[in-house]
Design a protein around this ligand. Structure first.
Ligand SMILES: [Zn+2]
Length: 842
């Protein structure tokens, strides 16, 4: 460990920080002092800690009765450190170091940063807030900025009198300083990592406190948005109770504030007791939002509150273990949401995100969930779909294999044993082995330390595994070779189940007759049945459970992408789904039809329209175009899917008329909101983009604001779409601009032109948007399926202009683009015929 030059000396440990900060919001600067109680293992004449973009004076250090003063610090820009050298040796044992420093409130949305927002009356307000994960606490105060160097923090913020301040703990003193400011002191925190420290200063208000198991909970919001907090409070109260019970450990802090921040690079951040969110992830109006938007807010709250235990109380020892935090919080967000609203069927609804992880992880440019992390940049590249979604998927597979209670018992052992401390992956497996008496580590290491996943082929009584890959490997591949695969099998004849761990190339199973492999649908692998077996299962499609059906469709679509099955195969399955209100399954159908829409030649567009009508028409006829009070969430969501497909791909006049009417009447809310916008935007009517912008400016909640901001991405008005690229560099918030650019690149008609316009300003994008977020822009390229030449142009640019800390993800997007381009090349000539065949099926 000590050989990593990015790591601090293990001989100097911080014990407690006393931090005093005076932010000046007008000048965008701050001044501060920090007293750090240290524990030195050996005597030393130099102390090195982290500091970047800070001016720090020489240190004063008191050890017993002796006082030491250092020379001016030497800064190292590569390792982001400051070294203080003393004329004589500091003795081993306890001492206290005092540092005085000044810094800048930056506009990069990391460290201690400045953000502005305009209230409903048109008044602009300034806030100062923090985002420290992974390694940006060092931009706000000199500190030992590594997750295993845990300490306590007591913070005092001196702020303008009329503003409010929040930090990790409750306020213990709030006194006027006599110069128009207040000095607000917060209680000492528990022992925790630097990346979890937070301060927020600005014109905020808070809801009344709700007590949950003795813990005060509030929602904190920019002035004037108090009417958008009720849903967040309901979800937070549920989550805090749920996790307290699930983990069987009380919440480790003294209060919970959930804080909405107007400019925020990530989705949310699990600072202990002071959780920060993008406004869209916290503030919502249930009267106008879609169920998907309500679910999103609940999921993010559940995710962050799970971190209070998994991440904050027990923390990975070093950044390579970030999956321990993020995969687990993603897993718990779903478990908790499933408990909060069982009718949403969260684990079925997880299938579309898991499919995206499968798609990335089937590329040779994938990576293992855990790999060696040397520098902070290595770590920044780990906050991706593989850490969050694949990690969650393999935990779900393990939970279903061990049994839900056994799994939970193992988690309780793990958290209790490592509370206030740090762990490695093996610690989690050890606790789960103790609870289950099964070789968890041996099984799970095959999923953590190699990329990819297996394809399980099924013959009579035999399961065979091989690595799944979307393309031939032309060089190095991160896809592994063999996994220990817990396979659940269910007989369709008598419903009996069987579990087989496939640990070699082959394994036998006993279930005879028609059997579903990956029963329950929680396995992270693809299944390939023989044609005869697949035909049997397709004929009995309604005997599968909902997630099994979604998985069957997903496996078939994956098979289309690798050239083993055809569009006709997957769309034939779709014809058997007309009576089922299953949005997760229908999402796969929508993916296939939308890809067909990108590939098909103009002469075959009528066939695409007819096939879409044949597949989706009966569903909309059954559900009705307009929402019905009291119907299931699934029915409402399915209506949105088929209405969108019919309006855009089939140009169904009745759908277009309905959508246009509601759009023009400004009646765009609820589950159909996005579909209505999509259908109308696709018409490319003059003036609609201006309407969207006017509605964005007038939006009364964050979801509507986002909806109208992103509406243009689906517009058929080519000039209008290209004009939006400019706006991403001017008046769109930098937290949103990279994502909007990606959405514009996905525009079917002018995506290539958007991409060229955006990449022509690449240096500007990298300078202006939050650090590393041009990865999000590059995510848009996967659907540019025009031609191999264009794909080559895209690849050449992104390989010549790598994104710092994110290039591995960019390589994955480029490989996905190649995959889609080869699908297009292979199928374009036969697609029309296949679509026509579907259209005329009885
Ligand atoms: Zn997280």
């Amino acid at each position: 460990m000590t050989t990593n030059p990015y790591r601090l000396s293990p001989d100097v440990r911080p014990v407690a920080y006393r931090l005093h900060l005076e932010p000046n919001l007008e000048s965008a600067t701050f001044a501060g002092t920090v007293e750090i109680d240290l524990d030195l293992a050996t005597a030393s004449s130099a102390i090195t800690l982290h500091a970047i973009e800070l001016d720090v004076e020489p240190a004063e250090l008191v050890a017993g009765s002796a006082t030491f003063v250092s020379s001016s610090p030497t800064f190292d820009a590569t390792y982001e450190t400051a070294t203080f050298t003393f004329a004589s040796e500091i003795p081993a044992g306890r001492s206290t170091m005092l540092l005085r420093f000044t810094g800048i409130l930056n506009d990069q949305l990391h460290g201690f940063y400045r953000s502005t927002f305009t209230d409903d009356a048109g008044v602009e307000h300034v806030i100062a807030t923090t985002q420290f994960e992974a390694t940006d606490a060092r931009r706000a105060f000199p500190c030992f900025d590594e997750p295993s160097l845990k300490a306590t923090y007591q913070t005092t913020l001196v702020i303008p009198e009329h503003l409010e301040a929040y930090s990790n703990t409750a306020v213990i003193a709030d006194v006027a300083t006599g110069d128009g400011r207040r000095s607000v002191t917060f209680a000492e925190t528990m022992i925790m990592s630097t990346y979890l420290v937070a301060f927020v200063v600005g014109p905020f208000e808070a809801t009344a406190v709700t007590m949950v198991r003795g813990v005060p909970v509030r929602i904190v919001y920019p002035v004037g948005k108090g009417h958008l907090c009720a849903w967040a409070m309901e979800a937070a109260v549920h989550a805090l109770e749920f996790f307290t019970d699930y983990f069987a450990i009380a919440y480790p802090g003294d209060k919970v504030d959930l804080v909405a921040i107007p400019d925020f690079a990530a989705g949310a951040m699990e600072n202990l007791g002071c959780v920060t969110f993008r406004e869209t992830e916290l503030l919502i109006d249930p009267a106008t939002a879609s169920t998907a938007e309500l679910e999103r807010v609940a999921l993010v709250i559940n995710h962050e509150l799970a971190h209070m235990w998994f991440g904050d109380l027990v923390t990975m020892g070093w950044w390579e273990g970030i999956w321990l935090n993020e995969a687990f919080a993603t897993f718990m967000e779903s478990i908790c949401t499933d408990h909060f609203r069982p009718e949403w069927k969260k684990w079925v609804g997880f299938n579309p995100s898991r499919d995206m992880a499968f798609t990335v992880d089937g590329q040779h440019s994938t990576r293992p969930i855990e790999y060696e992390v040397i520098s902070p940049n290595d770590c920044r590249g780990m906050f991706d779909i593989l850490t969050y979604v694949k990690g969650c998927s393999i935990l779900r597979m393990l939970e279903q294999f061990l049994g839900e209670e056994t799994f939970r018992d193992g988690i309780r052992i793990y958290l209790k044993r490592h509370a206030y401390a740090n762990t490695v992956t093996a610690d989690l497996w050890a606790a789960l082995e103790e609870a289950s008496s099964l070789p968890v580590g041996q099984i799970m290491d095959t999923w953590i330390y190699q990329g990819g996943y297996p394809l399980i082929s099924v013959e009579d009584g035999v399961l065979t595994q091989q690595p799944f890959a979307y393309a031939e490997s032309t060089g190095t591949s991160a896809i592994g070779s063999i996994w220990q695969v817990p396979v659940l099998i269910r007989s369709l004849d008598d419903d009996a189940t069987e579990t087989v761990v496939v640990s070699g190339e082959n394994a036998t199973y006993a279930t005879s007759g028609a059997a579903i492999i990956n029963a329950g649908g929680s396995g992270f692998y693809r299944t390939r049945y023989s044609s005869a077996r697949l035909a049997t299962i397709a004929a009995r499609l309604t005997e599968l459970d909902e997630l099994e059906r979604a998985v069957l469709l997903s496996d078939t679509w994956a098979s289309v992408l690798v050239g083993q099955s055809s569009f006709e195969d997957v769309l034939t399955l779709a014809l058997g789904l007309a009576d089922l209100d299953e949005p997760a399954t229908w999402t796969v159908v929508a993916t296939a039809l939308r890809m067909a829409n990108r590939i098909v030649v103009d002469a075959d567009r009528p066939a695409l329209a007819a096939a879409t009508q044949r597949i989706c028409g009966p569903v909309l006829a059954r559900l009705g175009v307009a929402p019905i009070t009291g119907e299931s969430h699934q029915a409402a969501e399915l209506r949105a899917i088929v209405l969108d497909l019919l309006g855009v791909l089939a140009e169904d006049p009745a759908v277009i008329s309905y959508a246009t009417q509601r759009f023009d009447a400004s009646d765009v809310s609820g589950d159909l909101a996005d579909a209505i916008v999509g259908v109308v935007m696709n018409l490319g009517r003059p003036g609609d983009l201006a309407t969207c912008e006017a509605r964005r400016q007038a939006a009364s909640n964050p979801q509507d604001e986002q909806r109208w901001l992103f509406a243009g991405a689906r517009s058929a008005d080519a000039d209008g779409v290209l004009a939006l690229v400019d706006r991403c560099f001017t008046d769109v918030r930098t937290q949103d601009a990279p994502y909007l650019l990606a959405a514009l690149i996905r525009n079917r008609l002018v995506g290539v032109d958007v991409w060229r316009a955006a990449t022509a300003r690449w240096a500007e994008a990298n300078a202006k948007f939050p650090h590393g977020s041009t990865v999000a822009v590059a995510a848009g390229v996967t659907t540019i399926v025009e031609s191999a030449e264009v794909a080559q142009e895209v690849r050449a640019f992104h390989e010549a202009n790598p994104v710092e800390a994110g290039q591995r993800q960019v390589e994955q997007f480029l490989d996905l683009l190649d995959l889609h381009v080869s699908l297009a090349a292979r199928t374009r000539g036969v697609l029309g015929e296949q679509l026509a065949a579907i259209a005329t099926r009885a």
